[in-house]
Design a protein around this ligand. Structure first.
Ligand code: APR
Length: 229
């Protein structure tokens, strides 16, 4: 089976009602990143950080996968599909996708501040100050904050280096190292960039621009790829 790699960003979940970061009225417009999504923020004002993620996590329990998420599942009939997402929601998994790698962490997971290997899945939306791991240290969101390393980037590079086809969906391509992943795809592999603001990424060959929302552009491309396979 050919390997098809999906690189998804916040636009993938926009039609599910999950805010993107940099669109008008996006998450970062209403917050200073340094105040809610960085180790310094956690050190200076953990309550504000917990509240920022609690509100986003609460929303996750109220949204559903959209037609774009669901269309990606259909590709698994004829391709070895590997999803590499910058998103911290679980909508790809809830749509049924099998192989999802979260570069920037997962909203429904929390981890020990003493032992990062201790990761727990929350079945409710609120993480409170005083919620502790089994070793007695405060739990924090299992999210890669600005200024922190991206532990899974090496794995992601390995995956995309073997891609026969690449779909880039709903990302502004401004945050590295995630934005640099497309550069590791084989030059000869066809790549499709689906985003209303998709643009020709410099240095990337064999790239088809699809200026569409995910909910419309992804199902249409999936139909085409399944017919061609
Ligand atoms: N369908 C497809 N794409 C869409 C849609 C939609 N319905 N709506 C918006 N978009 C596109 C926008 O045009 C934009 O290119 O989604 C992209 C959203 O860009 P960002 O908000 O920058 O999100 P993303 O690229 O995922 O951000 C990367 O930055 O803040 C950090 O860690 C955070 O993972 C995030 C990273």
């Amino acid at each position: 089976m050919k390997r098809l790699v999906v690189l998804s960003g916040a636009g993938m979940s926009a039609e599910s009602g999950v805010s993107t970061f940099r669109d008008s009225n996006g998450l970062w417009e209403n917050h200073r990143i340094e105040e809610v999504a960085s180790p310094i923020a956690w050190q200076n004002n953990p309550q504000m950080v917990l509240e920022f993620y609690n509100q986003r996590r609460k929303q996750l329990f109220e949204v559903e996968p959209n037609a774009g998420h669901k269309a990606l599942l259909r590709l698994e009939k004829k391709f070895d599909v590997q999803i590499i997402t910058q998103n911290v929601d679980d909508l790809h998994e809830r749509a049924g996708s099998s192989n999802v790698l979260h570069l920037h962490g997962e909203m429904k997971k929390v981890r020990s501040t003493l032992d990062p290997g201790l990761v727990y899945t929350l079945d409710h939306w609120e993480l409170k100050w005083g919620d502790k791991c089994e070793k007695g240290s405060q739990l924090r969101p299992h999210i890669v904050w600005f200024g922190e390393g991206v532990p899974l980037i090496g794995t992601a590079v390995e995956i995309i280096s073997e891609a026969d086809i690449v779909l880039v969906i709903g990302t502004s391509m401004v945050v590295y190292p995630a934005a640099g992943l497309i550069g590791y795809a084989p030059e000869s592999s066809p790549k499709y960039y689906i985003d209303p603001k998709a643009f020709p990424v410099s240095g990337i060959t064999n790239l088809t621009i699809v200026k569409e929302k995910a909910g419309k552009g992804v199902p249409r491309l999936v139909n085409q790829l399944l017919e061609e396979a």
